[in-house]
Write a protein that binds this ligand. Sequence first.
Ligand SMILES: Cc1ncc(COP(=O)(O)O)c(C=O)c1O
Length: 424
Amino acid sequence: MADIFDKQLTAVMEHGVRMRPKPIYNALEVRDGEVFLDGQPMVMAARNDYLGLAHDPRVVRAAAEAAHRWGASSSASRLIGGSLTLHEELEARLAAFLGCEAAIVTTTGFEANLALAPLLGRGDVVFSDKANHASLIEAVRLGFADRRWYRHSDTADLERKLAAADPDAAKVIFTDGLFSMEGDLCRLPELASLARRHGARLVVDGAHDIGLLGPRGRGVGDHFGLPDAIDLHTGTLSKGFGSIGGFLAGPREVIHYLRHTSRSVIFTTSMPPASAAAALAALTVVETEPERRTRALEVARRVRDGLRGLGFDTGDSVTPIVPVITGRTDMATALWREVLAAGVLASPVSAPAVPEERSLVRLSLQATHTDEEIARILAAFAAGGRKLGLIPDAPAVPAARPAGSVTAAPGQQTSACAVMDRVS
Ligand SMILES: Cc1ncc(COP(=O)(O)O)c(C=O)c1O
């Protein structure tokens, strides 16, 4: 008789996902662009702190003061004693920021997406991009609606699937706003028009774009000049906002319904006070310092252009998530090791986070990266790429920027691995 532990562990070992994270040490003088790993200083390009707010003194002070005043934990869930005025203030501020009637904050962004499940009833149909984040995929699996997975950003495939569905069924489309592995944007104008034509609601996970994209930092809707195209927003406070926590924002009745039916809202301890206070302070910075968005996008553009000029494939990225696509997983691991040895901490990404043949090394760039750090990143990739034969020895002719590239001008607009090492 099979033992359930042995069976699952064997399956995992066969797929080679024996990874363990390596701990990171911050420098004593904490600077968010640099960390220490095994005693060596590293350019940190594996975090999602796009605006450099996790170490901003105003954000850190707000967190520390809130911890002193409110304690280290709220110690209860929202409906039974864990609702603080800080949570309500953050909900009101986020709703106003996104131009929505109401918002709920959750303890993580993952939970914000899980909280969508009660929208998906029997007989309804949910259409979900195949490259959506794991937490959106889990929400689809948790719900009772019929599921249709459309090819990544393939609006023709989505249209076929919408047309084939029961015209009377209630329908919803789920998409990431900015896809977290390859840094490409969803095709919001086409998605919005398909949603309208087929009577579907559009739900966008703005985990990576809210705070970063659009003239006011409101995410892809703001970036495309379509503020009303999104029916319901989900997002996280752990990336552009330098804290931790998640949120949903949309029509008042919908938020009220989810607040009282979503298990990931009801049955978990609410967001810690320090995190809520940090997010509030970060939101003020997002609202008042658009130059941070400009700088984050400029850093990303320079790194992306530099990598393309060297001959690397950076896919359709137009954002601070820059993938260096190697194709083969062993090449992604080898390149990651080379750049790590040269003092750059990036993330190796392989299946199931991306399709098998699109393994990559992911760079997450931020407003606080210095020009010198940009140069170190490019030098590390140049040396590693040449050593592994991934790029030509002589510099290639600089490649043209892809259409739709996000720059400062038109609008300031599961990773498989963090810092991982093979166990064996
Ligand atoms: C697109 C997307 N959605 C949701 C999440 C979950 O956010 P959190 O880390 O706050 O749980 C992530 C984080 O990795 C993400 O990339």
